[in-house]
Design a protein. Structure first.
Length: 253
């Protein structure tokens, strides 16, 4: 059973080198790992992949030894921990605005004594081998992670109690949804929200981070103490590359 590179970085106080994938591109998993990324954020909230495509990408992540932080399209309990059985290193859960919801998620994806996850012990995460159940449960609690997204003003106001929930390893600032809501309410800026998350996570010893596109943004959030720094996506690369390459036609004689 493999060890999480993301959790190793957290425990060493280091930045987690993270990129995004939202389409079925097996080669991207290999290239991300080869480039030196620790973690690949696989987005199934806004992108549609079949279960078999998802399972294949998770298998490739084990082959090339890179974590997958999977953002699921469901909160159904067995649906969540099945992604872990299929090989995801962690789950990224959107719109977690209360400690109660965070505790519900811990209950779903952590084994006792932290939660109430059901045991299978024969999936890809266990190398398709039935291990001693106590050893497997201890490994899973230690080497898989739960990351919850703060995407509402309510979530910012409750971030201290959310960060205090045992079993939440990371908090993720979602600037898209959170920024949309803060612009409407005007109750704080996105920087003030980052500051609140940073203070709560420092208090409770929880890692945090979010999208940080561009070196200036990466440095700004790293200076706050952020570890999960997302700086790349396949969508951004092929969109940018196509825009750049089309300009060559303008130079043709």
């Amino acid at each position: 059973m493999r060890k999480s590179k993301t959790l190793a970085r957290i425990r060493n106080g280091e930045a987690i080198r993270t990129c995004v994938l939202g389409h079925y591109i097996p080669a991207y998993v290999c290239h991300a790992a080869r480039a030196g990324y620790d973690c690949l954020w696989l987005d199934l909230e806004h992108r549609a992949l079949s279960i078999h495509e998802t399972q294949a990408l998770l298998a490739f992540s084990h082959l090339y030894d890179i974590d997958v932080m999977l953002r699921p399209p469901t909160l159904e309990k067995t649906g969540l921990y099945r992604y872990l059985e299929d090989g995801a290193s962690g789950l990224l859960i959107p719109h977690v605005s209360t400690a109660e919801k965070a505790r519900m998620l811990v209950d779903a994806v952590k084994f006792p004594p932290l939660g109430d996850r059901g045991i299978d012990n024969a999936g890809l995460d266990a190398d398709f081998h039935v291990h001693d159940p106590d050893h497997y449960a201890q490994w899973a609690n230690r080497e898989t992670f739960l990351c919850v997204q703060i995407e509402t003003p309510e979530g910012v106001h409750n971030v201290d109690s959310i960060a205090a929930v045992e079993g939440v390893e990371m908090i993720f600032v979602g600037p898209g949804d959170l920024g949309l809501r803060l612009r409407q309410s005007g109750e704080m800026t996105i920087d003030e929200a980052w500051d609140a998350v940073a203070a709560a996570c420092k208090k409770h010893g929880v890692a945090f981070g979010g999208p940080t596109m561009g070196l200036d943004e990466m440095q700004k959030r790293r200076d706050l103490g952020a570890q999960l720094l997302v700086n790349s996506s396949e969508f951004g690369h092929f969109s940018k590359g196509l825009r750049e390459d089309i300009r060559q036609y303008d130079e043709l004689s």
